[in-house]
Design a protein around this ligand. Structure first.
Ligand code: IMP
Length: 183
């Protein structure tokens, strides 16, 4: 679905699928350059990062491997619960690996800081973060993010993997959800 299919639910569109794809291609080029001669392990954070993982990995020109983690941080609301729990762990041993965490969005930074700390304790050679979206004004926990698609305002957005109550992940564009949907 695209923004026209859910126009009543969106306050405004932030990025079209073409804008997302163009930015992702630039980020993939940076990653290819930075990891030249090394095979990076992309760790996608389920469920939100499914689209960015699929598109980022295919936009890269170099080999990579992929693994997934699922972490709970949000219920069906729009505010961080503050509770971080591993629901699905990696199947890969990351000791000695170059790890790049692939995230959909960094909001407060709580989830990511937990994840980085957790993965760092497993002995990777390097650990970096790529996120498609970041809300700088919402940050409560400082986390180093090496690759950022777009910095966005502090509003609740859906599409391109980002959901509200499980829906809108399959929206190809990215938009701010109208308050009437969640109020
Ligand atoms: P943080 O721990 O507050 O940084 O939250 C990170 C997680 O919250 C993301 O991986 C998303 O699953 C979810 N999240 C944060 N902001 C949004 C949003 O605007 N739309 C959809 N999900 C969001």
């Amino acid at each position: 679905m695209d923004a026209s299919d859910v126009a009543d639910d969106l306050d405004h569109v932030l990025y079209t699928k073409e804008q997302v794809a163009a930015r992702l291609a630039e980020v993939a080029t940076e990653i290819d350059r930075d990891y030249q001669g090394r095979e990076v392990l992309l760790v996608g954070v389920l469920n939100g990062a499914i689209m960015v993982m699929a598109d980022l990995s295919r936009a890269m020109k170099s080999h990579c491997t992929m693994d997934w983690m699922a972490i709970s941080s949000y219920g069906s609301g729009t505010k961080s619960s503050g509770v971080v729990r591993i629901l699905k762990d990696l199947t890969t041993d990351i000791s000695g690996r170059d790890v790049l965490i692939v995230e959909d969005i960094v909001d407060t930074g709580l989830t990511l800081s937990y994840l980085v700390q957790n993965l760092r304790s497993r002995g990777p050679v390097s650990i970096e973060v790529m996120t498609m979206f970041r809300k700088p004004d919402a940050a409560t926990t400082a986390v180093d993010v090496r690759y950022i698609g777009f910095d966005i305002p502090n509003e609740f957005v859906v599409g391109y993997g980002l959901d509200y109550a499980g829906q809108y992940r399959n929206l190809t564009d990215v938009g701010a959800l109208s308050a009437h949907v969640y109020s």
